[in-house]
Every structure is written in C-alpha cells, then in structure tokens.
Design a protein around this ligand. Structure first.
Ligand code: KIV
Length: 271
C-alpha cells in the first residue's frame, strides 16, 4: 500500500535514522513538546526527536514533581504533538506508575501511544531492573528509549534531584537496556566523563541532559530552553530565548493600549 503524501517513511526520523547518526558520528537534537503549535515549530526547525515528557506535570500543569500526570493526560498531549510532527520522531513518556506496575500494563500503555496518538515510541525510566519490561514492550512492536541516571519518578526514594555518579551501575543500566532492545538511552544528570563512559559502553545512541557533550545527542525541556519558566533552572540548561519576557511585555502593551483607548483602532474594527 502506498504511504500517505506528507508523511512518507523516508522523511520521518526513525530508530534507523538515529542509529545511523550515531554510527556516522553525528549529533541528535531532541526537545520536549506538549502541544500542537510548539510541536509544529520545533518540527519545522528540524529537531530530530520531540518528547512528550512527563515534565509537562511541572512546566504545564504546575505540579512540584512529574508524579501526578496520568496516562490519559499524557495521551491528550501526545495526540496534539503527533498531529503536528511531520518529520520528527515523537517519543512519549510512560508516566508514573505505568512503568512500574505489572509489565503488561506498560505494554498496554505503549500500545495506546502507538494506536491513539500517532506517536512512535515510549520512554521508560530505569535500566537493569527494567530489562524484562523493556524486552516485553519491544517484542510487542513498541520502540523503547530507556532513561538512566537521575530518574525524576524516583524523587522521593532518592530524597531529591541529585547528580548520579556510580559509573559501574550506570553502565550496567545502559547495557542492560540496550540488550533488552532499547533503541536509545537517555542519560540524565551525570558528570561529563560518566556520560562519555556510558556512551562508549553501548552502540545505541545516547541522549544527554546534564550529561556533558560526549554523548550522541542532547535534550532539554523546551520551556527551560526558551525562557518560559518561572522556577528553578538546573545548571545544565542554556536559555536560548526569553519568551516569558516577550509574553509579559506584549501583555503589558496590550493592557496599556486598552486602558489608553488605542485598541482597537479604526482598521481593527468593522464598518
Ligand atoms: O519528561 C522530560 O521532560 C524528560 C527530560 C529528561 C527530558 O524526561
């Protein structure tokens, strides 16, 4: 059967594209997206992977941790992003506790992502202890990106968000995830040399966030990267824009125009 016009498989970033980038020594770009217009502009900008991250619990819903967001809420956002992305691969986080309960529940959640949202893969926190789960999900035909290092869903067990330094455990986690069939490993908050050691220990692409530059790709939370966040910014974030100030200034100018009787003007009114 012929593929549909604007989304042919050859244009779409896939697991194979990402593996080729790693093999060729290239770099992968990844950002979070939670809605249609943001996903559309990030896709047009050529970002390789869009992540519907459970970070939406914090940056969109205003919670203190990623724990409260539900699978139905993730799917609500995934559908918007899946509708917008023409080229990027779209990965959707399995929110707490979809990746911790019975394995078949994770398979069902992953299957909903592929069936209902037009997205392409799931991300799952954990390494060695999640190997059987990763293998079962991949066997069901659902690509898995593993997430090792700092695992935000473990915040209460870890007593906060901390840089992860146990290189032996981290390498074991990444290798176990790779052997279980993960197509990529996201590494969060580790020293730069640990990010490099993990990357050298596996063949699949590694995507770092606070993991230094010796990894295959980088991911940031878009709201942090564009300056649309009122809260704490981790050290690894580079702010490439100041959208919060832009929106604030536009809102002040709008309010002033109304108060001053300048808006709407004649050309903005019907005759
Ligand atoms: O949910 C998220 O935004 C993440 C980050 C590590 C990118 O998982």
């Amino acid at each position: 059967m012929a593929a549909s016009s604007s989304k042919t498989p050859s244009q779409r970033v896939t697991t194979r594209t990402l593996q080729k980038i790693r093999t060729d020594g290239g770099n992968i770009s990844m950002l979070t997206a939670y809605d249609f217009p943001t996903a559309e502009v990030l896709d047009e900008a050529g970002i390789d992977i869009l992540l519907v991250g459970d970070s939406l619990a914090m940056v969109v819903q205003g919670h203190d941790t990623t724990l409260p967001v539900t699978m139905d809420e993730m799917l609500y956002h995934a559908k918007m992003v899946g509708r917008a992305a023409k080229r990027a691969m779209v990965v959707v986080d399995l929110p707490f506790p979809e990746g911790q309960l019975e394995i078949m529940r994770s398979v069902e959640a992953g299957a909903r992502v592929l069936k209902e949202s037009n997205c392409h893969a799931v991300k799952l926190e954990g390494g060695a202890e999640q190997a059987r789960r990763i293998e079962t999900i991949v066997t069901a035909g659902i690509p898995v990106m593993a997430h090792v290092g700092l695992r935000p869903q473990n915040v209460h067990v870890d007593g906060g968000y901390r840089v992860q330094r146990n290189v032996t455990t981290l390498i074991e986690d990444a290798q176990a995830a790779e052997q279980a069939g993960a197509f990529a490993v996201l590494i969060e908050c580790v020293p730069s040399d640990v990010g490099q050691a993990i990357t050298e220990a596996v063949k699949v692409p590694t995507i770092g966030i606070g993991a230094g530059s010796h990894v295959t790709g980088q991911v940031l939370v878009t709201h942090d990267m564009i300056g649309f966040n009122s809260g704490y910014l981790p050290r690894f974030v580079r702010q490439f824009s100041d959208v919060r100030t832009t929106i604030h200034d536009a809102a002040v100018a709008y309010r002033n125009a109304i108060k001053g009787g300048e808006f709407p003007a004649g050309e903005e009114s019907f005759r």
